[in-house]
Design a protein around this ligand. Structure first.
Ligand code: LLP
Length: 423
């Protein structure tokens, strides 16, 4: 559920007309709803209410905007970070280090040092060489790093290949079959305090079965590790729960279904459970607002050329992702159209032959469910400015990331003196 509704024939976000935002900030622009964020945190937390003190660590990669993170911090969420930059952002937005988990296959010694200085809750290790490095870094600082190993359960998440992470051929985690050996080696590393097990098998999962299969394996490993003398206190079940993008597809399992499954499967584990949801918290809380530049005749359907492009919202070109495209002021007529951006690539296509509201030049359209992996994946390809972001709360709204002037893009490049002198 979200808070983008039609009132008097025009889309509003909470109590703010989308057109007012477009008018004031220009397009394209990402628009987020505080009420939707708050609702999703509530729904996800309620789904886990049978658990004892779960730690919900928002996957910052899904939406690292400081205002979004500050909103989630106020609601009590922790953070799952995958870089020193995300770690700094999370802390700057008010998320306590004691609620931060650090994931990722390529943590550097500098990033480890920063996380140890801040005193994060847990490092999710993804390889034995990483464990050795972290132990050395921690020892050099006179500390012990709290760690879990992320295991690769070799489970097919049934999602797009580019966002599947739990198959043995993927780069993530340590092989399940080697886990006992890896933990035994970690126990001998004096800079580590081995406290848990972690798993994350992929994103936009629309079926609970692979998640359950992975969690069952984690449970078995927790028992085996305890039998081997490890003091396992945490189990991090990752993120991955899908959200509805295409109303024509079956609705993915709800957080309540997910919570019930987790509560059932983890019964008796006797650990603190950690979660790393990203998309399910922010996905439907955001839309990308764009203006139609012009409509061009196509061989079949017309091309609706909008001012947003693949650099603003990469998901369709990268994963063939489907985003609902709605007119902000629907004309009442529908027809098939191809929706494309101005970037000079065929892949700069948001939808082909899509049945949608008929739109004309200057009309506003909204790409729905763009709050996760939207603005954060934006770039400046074709020398386009980074997309600004707006946060709405009730009848209030604010620009929470301004559109940088294109001059800053140009000014960032440096022409060396020796080149300037060439005639
Ligand atoms: N934890 C870890 C270790 C992750 O790698 C991810 C996402 C999450 C949690 C959060 O997963 P979520 O709950 O959001 O599914 N850019 C892609 C998605 C990449 C996901 C990467 N990892 C997309 O736009 O679909």
């Amino acid at each position: 559920m979200d808070h983008f509704d039609y009132v008097d024939g025009a889309m509003r976000v909470e109590q703010v007309p989308m057109a007012a935002i477009a008018e004031a900030v220009g397009t394209p622009v990402y628009v987020y709803s505080t009420a939707t964020l708050t609702r999703h945190v509530g729904v996800f937390s309620d789904a886990l209410s049978a658990l004892d003190d779960p730690l919900i660590a928002f996957a910052v990669k899904a939406n690292p905007n400081a205002a979004v993170l500050a909103t989630l911090a106020k609601l009590g969420l922790g953070a799952d970070v995958v870089s020193g930059g995300e770690l700094r952002r999370a802390v700057a937005a008010g998320i306590p280090a004691s609620r931060i988990v650090f994931s990722g296959v390529g943590k550097t010694a500098d990033e480890m040092r920063l996380a140890l200085e801040l005193g994060i809750f847990q490092f999710n290790l993804e390889s034995e060489p990483e464990a050795e490095m972290l132990s050395e870094v921690a020892l050099s600082m006179g500390k012990r790093a709290p760690v879990a190993y992320r295991i690769n359960p070799d489970v097919d998440a049934g999602t797009h290949a580019k966002i599947s992470t739990g198959k043995s051929e993927n780069k993530f985690g340590i092989p399940y079959d080697r886990a006992l050996a890896s933990y035994a080696a970690a126990r001998n590393l004096p800079g580590l305090d081995v406290q848990g097990v972690a798993v994350h098998i992929g994103s936009q999962l629309t079926d609970l079965a692979p998640l359950e299969a992975a969690f069952v394996k984690v449970g078995a490993l927790v028992a085996a590790l305890r039998a081997a003398g490890h003091d396992i206190r945490t189990a991090d079940l990752g993120g991955g729960l899908g959200v509805p993008y295409d109303p024509a597809l079956p609705v993915p399992p709800s957080p309540a279904d997910y919570g019930a499954m987790v509560t059932r499967v983890t019964q008796g584990w006797n650990v603190r459970l950690l979660f790393e949801p990203g998309r399910v918290i922010v996905g439907n809380a955001g839309a990308l607002l764009s203006r139609v530049i012009r409509v061009k005749q196509g061989a079949q359907a017309p091309f609706v050329i909008v001012d947003a492009a693949m650099n603003d919202l990469m998901r369709p070109s990268l994963y063939d992702a489907w985003h609902d495209i709605r007119a902000v002021k629907p004309s009442g007529q529908r027809a098939a159209a191809n929706v494309v951006g101005p970037v000079c690539e065929t892949g700069d296509t948001f939808a082909m032959d899509r049945d949608m509201d008929v739109v004309a030049a200057d009309d506003l359209v909204a790409f729905m469910t763009a709050g996760a992996y939207g603005a954060t994946m934006a770039g400046t390809y074709n020398s386009r400015a980074l997309t600004p972001e707006v946060l709405v709360s009730g009848d209030k709204w604010a620009v929470v990331r301004a559109r940088p002037p294109v001059e800053t893009l140009i000014a960032g490049d440096i022409i060396p003196d020796w080149l300037k002198s060439v005639r």
